[in-house]
Design a protein around this ligand. Structure first.
Ligand SMILES: NC(=O)C1=CN([C@@H]2O[C@H](COP(=O)(O)OP(=O)(O)OC[C@H]3O[C@@H](n4cnc5c(N)ncnc54)[C@H](O)[C@@H]3O)[C@@H](O)[C@H]2O)C=CC1
Ligand SMILES: CC(C)CCC[C@@H](C)[C@H]1CC[C@H]2[C@@H]3[C@H](O)CC4=CC(=O)CC[C@]4(C)[C@H]3CC[C@]12C
Length: 410
């Protein structure tokens, strides 16, 4: 059992050792109408409720959707443990249904806290992570959370006898790489030089490798651990903070956003509801098809159209009154690079006084300017995945969410 092939499923490389890398290798509440009230939408079934699931990062953008999707679509759920550094108040509303929802405030960097949360769980869905490409957190902290935190989750499964682990990886494990190579309609086996320097993709690549290498390890009780990793491309939908940032930026600029990236540079995007559904489905099927799925990676995909990052965002921000100025970038790329570098310098100079973390920095500019799209059916072939939400549905739900933001409804 192993990768279906080499290429994008291969091992990522981190150039040098970014500062902070350890020496050893290494929405909420009512805003998600699609699930309705959890109690009303609870998965009802004749199946026996016997499984205990743990979702780390369960109060995050993706995590909350995974939690709600499990409650609605996993009929065998007896207990759902939601583990997060910052617990959301919306969790309280989930405690009225037939599933025991246990909120656990904890830190994945603390092995004992992870072990206590994992003990007795049948399945762990590990979404917790520090998603930072804006320089908000130090490289050390990014590694501590994303790599050490994942090590702690793996070891907790082994020590306590939990057999099934799903890891939320990222497209960034593959690319865009530091050479700006485009990844055009690629799949899990497409050859690509996955070489990185930034702490975030490096940490995700290391964590993914640890999870996949742990597949087959004997857990307490003598049975094998079964792991897999899901690689979402840019996730959008209710609760997406970067979309919120773009919207506010547009409002500040009088309803206009200025194109910075050519429309031809397509970036893969996937609706958060479909990513959540893939997590629920893969966690269920991993238990039945361990030999096929164990140790595998799967890109998260749906029917969201291929567009540049900015044009894709306008699918939601346009109906909310914003306009993307010009059909081509107003500012030449060399000037964007200079502005990005100035932002990085300002961030460094201001750090002792305040956190200055604009969207534009050398890394985000490089990533946004490098095409990265996937075209795959591996998840469909291996565990029967089909997107739960059509593009039209995903778009409508995201527009409604933006319109509901700060009363921007038209
Ligand atoms: N947002 C995106 O476009 C993509 C995200 N991903 C991955 O999906 C996962 C979730 O990402 P998002 O929901 O976007 O981020 P998020 O920041 O909204 O959610 C992450 C959650 O993890 C929690 N967390 C952070 N550090 C923790 C710690 N030390 N202990 C316990 N909990 C901790 C946070 O409190 C937060 O609730 C991450 O692993 C990320 O790498 C992958 C591809 C794309
Ligand atoms: C030059 C412009 C100001 C750039 C604005 C867009 C950027 C902020 C975003 C363009 C591509 C995004 C990343 C991509 O979707 C892949 C990602 C995967 C993850 O696992 C986490 C988020 C991200 C790194 C995402 C972050 C924002 C962009 C860089």
């Amino acid at each position: 059992m192993g990768q279906e092939g080499g290429g994008a499923s291969g091992r990522g490389r981190c150039v040098g050792r970014p500062a902070g890398a350890p020496k050893e290798d290494g929405p909420s509440g009512g805003q998600f109408e699609y699930l309705g009230t959890v109690a009303a939408g609870m998965a009802d079934s004749t199946e026996v409720r016997e499984l205990v699931y743990l979702v780390t990062g369960g109060c995050g953008f993706l995590g909350e959707h995974v939690v709600r999707m499990l409650l609605q679509r996993e009929p065998r759920l007896l207990e759902l443990r939601v583990f997060d550094l910052h617990l959301g108040a919306w969790l309280e509303e989930l405690k009225t249904g037939p599933v025991q929802v246990t909120a656990i405030q904890g830190d994945v960097t603390q092995a004992h806290e992870v072990a206590a949360a994992v003990a007795g769980a049948h399945v762990v869905i590990h979404t917790a992570g520090l998603v930072d490409v804006f320089g908000r957190a130090s490289p050390e902290t990014i590694y501590e959370v994303n790599v050490q935190g994942t090590k702690n989750v793996i070891e907790a499964c082994v020590q306590t006898g939990t057999r099934f682990l799903v890891y939320t990886s990222s497209m960034e494990v593959v690319g865009p790489n530091i050479k700006g190579h485009h990844f055009y309609r690629g799949n899990e086996d497409t050859p690509y030089e996955a070489v990185h320097r930034h702490p975030y993709p490096c940490s995700k690549a290391q964590a993914e490798r640890l999870v996949l290498e742990a597949n087959g390890r004997k857990v307490h009780g003598g049975l094998p651990l079964v792991t897999c990793a899901l690689r979402p491309t840019g996730i959008y939908g209710e609760g997406h903070q970067i979309m919120r940032d773009f919207y506010h930026q547009g409002l500040r600029l009088g309803g206009r956003l200025f194109r910075t990236i050519p429309a031809s540079v397509e970036h893969g995007r996937v609706y958060v509801g479909n990513v959540a559904w893939m997590h629920v489905l893969v966690a269920r099927e991993l238990q039945q098809r361990a030999a096929l799925m164990g140790g595998q990676v799967y890109f998260c995909y749906d029917q969201s159209p291929y567009k540049s990052y900015e044009d894709f965002n306008m699918e939601f921000l346009g109906p909310c009154g914003l306009r993307l100025v010009e059909t081509r970038p107003l500012v030449p790329y060399w000037l964007l690079m200079l502005l990005a570098a100035l932002n990085a310098l300002l961030q460094w100079l201001l750090r002792p006084l305040l956190l200055y973390a604009p969207l534009l920095n050398p890394y985000t500019l490089a990533v946004a300017n490098t095409a990265f799209t996937v075209n795959t059916d591996k998840a469909q072939r291996h565990f029967g995945y089909e997107p739960l939400f059509s593009w039209e549905d995903s778009r409508t739900r995201t527009i409604r969410w933006v319109q509901a933001m700060e009363g921007s409804a038209r």
